[in-house]
Design a protein around this ligand. Structure first.
Ligand code: NMX
Ligand code: MLT
Length: 511
């Protein structure tokens, strides 16, 4: 049955690939199904020259094509709606949600290899897809799992650096500090110091990125075990996949929790380039800072409550609802609680989005996971009720552009169900996942030779002066047209009457 569904989806995608040039260019999985090359590095090496040519052609043939107008609202409104970044690995549609190299989340769940038949996608498979634009075979994913396991060692000084922080420090502070400490190993930095040619930048970036992706679950689980399990660390399992291993090192060997972790890491990995963490990573890397420095910066952005920390905020908020109103809170009481939150000048965490204008498909797939594995969990039921209660209230406010739930509205109750109850830790899980998307794009940033990112900024005074000139000129546009018309009329007149006697004389000579 699963095989039949996959085959029919493959044939649907094949016809879409033929019909939609965009999809055909971004997903070339058909070539891959038969490829036996399990080495990701050599696959990338083959792909890079053709993508460099593609970028060169785009620039030389269409470099001056306009992508839209920038308004004052956009400048003052956090650059919302301004297209200004190249991000190859994923694209976000406001209505449909994220597509990883052209594939939606349900398509990834069907097409990417799983640990067991019909199971959740393996994050390594997604990494392969993000890097190559091709759906990998199970053999390719297994080889990548093995490579990541081989790279999964963390030097002692990293643990010591984390241990220097108070145990009460926020888990994201401990995690980002650990990532900074890993930086001393950077291959990119070493190669740069030795004077590497710019055409080769992508190679040490690739080395750093794969090592970083392999190391972050170890650093993250060290922080967890240090804070919540008396420092009893669990070493890497020598045969488990990336998601399964991460759950294992945290202390969860329940197969359902391992499946959840595979899904969790996959769906949190990438969300195009403009979100705070991805954009920060890309910006910092554009200065040729190595992947460790760039990813640590990204984590600091992720740690903000309007971005990644929202997953912590959601569970804490849900727990506060339960504390005040009980687990079986009625919808009427829930409405009152939501209004109370809003009236105290806070946001309802887990709802709204900077780009999305519909329910986040990452929310939907977590809801489906809950319906399958934990339909009777009381906190899941509360989350399901919030889905009905919150959007109409946010709409009533009249200013919220997207009243629907995002990824963070659901993740906490799933983790909580399997015993990962420490909400303050949740953003670290998001951070581990995001290493995959950010690092995949960083490799392409260097392979494509993308430049230093440096947009223009202006002051309020500059904007006011600009607007004054703009409005006064538009008010006087009619006078301007009249002015030019008069100028044209006098030019024609001058031409006609100017040197009138000379013209008469020339006519007389003719006759
Ligand atoms: N609760 C209350 N007010 C909200 C909410 C919300 N969930 N969402 C938006 N608003 C307000 C927002 O604060 C702003 O108010 P004001 O003009 O007074 O500053 C107004 O509605 C317009 O905001 P939008 O244009 O709809 O949203 P924006 O793009 O500025 O912000 C978020 C997007 C995600 C920051 C915002 O929706 C929010 O704060 N949500 C709650 C926090 C959250 O869930 N963040 C996680 C996002 C996903 N992630 O993982 O990163
Ligand atoms: C993300 O996953 O990064 C969030 O949904 C925020 C965003 O896309 O802006």
């Amino acid at each position: 049955m699963v095989f039949y569904r996959s085959v029919s989806l493959l044939s649907k995608l094949r016809s879409r690939g033929v019909q939609q040039p965009g999809l055909r260019n971004s997903v070339r999985w058909l070539q891959v199904q038969t490829s036996s090359d399990t080495d990701l590095h050599s696959q990338l090496k083959e792909l890079i020259p053709e993508q460099q040519e593609r970028l060169k052609k785009l620039k030389s043939e269409h470099g001056k094509v306009q992508l839209g107008n920038i308004t004052i609202d956009m400048v003052l409104g956090g650059m919302r709606g301004m297209t200004g970044l190249l991000w190859e690995t994923s694209l976000l549609d406001p209505e449909e949600g994220i597509r990883f190299r052209g594939l939606s989340i349900p398509e990834c769940q069907k097409l990417l290899p799983a640990a067991k038949p019909g199971g959740e996608p393996l994050p390594e498979g997604l990494l392969w897809l993000l890097l190559t634009g091709k759906v990998p075979t199970k053999d390719q994913v297994d080889a990548l799992s093995k490579e990541l396991r081989n790279r999964a060692t963390v030097p002692d000084h990293v643990y010591k650096t984390i241990d220097a922080l108070p145990i009460t420090a926020h888990p994201m502070t401990q995690f980002a500090t650990g990532v900074m400490a890993l930086q001393v190993q950077s291959e990119f930095q070493k190669a740069y110091e030795k004077g590497i040619h710019k055409s080769k930048y992508w190679e040490p970036t690739y080395e750093d990125s794969l090592s970083l992706i392999a190391q972050v679950p170890i650093v993250a689980s060290y922080v967890y075990r240090r804070m919540y399990k008396n420092g009893q660390v669990i070493p890497v399992h020598d045969s488990l996949d990336y998601g399964g291993n991460f759950a294992h090192m945290l202390g969860f060997d329940n197969p359902a929790m391992q499946e959840l972790m595979r899904l969790y890491v996959t769906i949190h990995s990438d969300h195009e380039g403009g979100n705070v963490s991805a954009h920060t990573g890309h910006l910092v890397a554009s200065a040729l800072s190595d992947p460790y420095l760039s990813f640590a910066a990204a984590l600091n952005g992720l740690a903000g409550p309007l971005h990644g920390l929202a997953n912590q905020e959601v569970l804490l908020w849900i727990k506060s609802v339960v504390e005040e109103c009980g687990e079986n809170v009625s919808k009427e009481h829930l409405k009152e609680y939501v209004w109370k939150t809003l009236n105290s000048g806070k946001v309802v965490p887990g709802f709204g989005h900077g780009v999305l204008r519909k329910t986040d498909p990452r929310y939907t797939c977590q809801r489906e996971f809950a319906l399958k594995h934990l339909p009777d969990d009381p906190l899941f039921k509360l989350v399901a009720n919030l889905y009905e209660v919150v959007p109409p209230i946010l709409l009533e406010l009249g200013k919220v552009k997207n009243p629907w739930p995002n990824v963070d509205a659901h993740s906490g109750v799933l983790l909580n169900h399997y015993g990962l109850t420490e909400a303050r830790y949740y953003t670290v899980l998001f951070g581990v996942s995001r290493s995959i998307g950010i690092c995949a794009q960083l490799i392409w940033d260097r392979a494509l030779g993308l430049p230093l990112e440096r947009p223009k900024s202006v002051t309020m005074e500059w904007l006011e002066n600009y607007c004054k000139k703009y409005t006064s000129s538009s008010h006087s546009r009619a006078r301007e047209i009249e002015f030019y018309f008069r100028k044209l009329r006098s030019a024609v007149k001058n031409w006609f009457w100017g040197d009138f006697h000379g013209k008469i004389k020339r006519v007389q000579v003719l006759f």
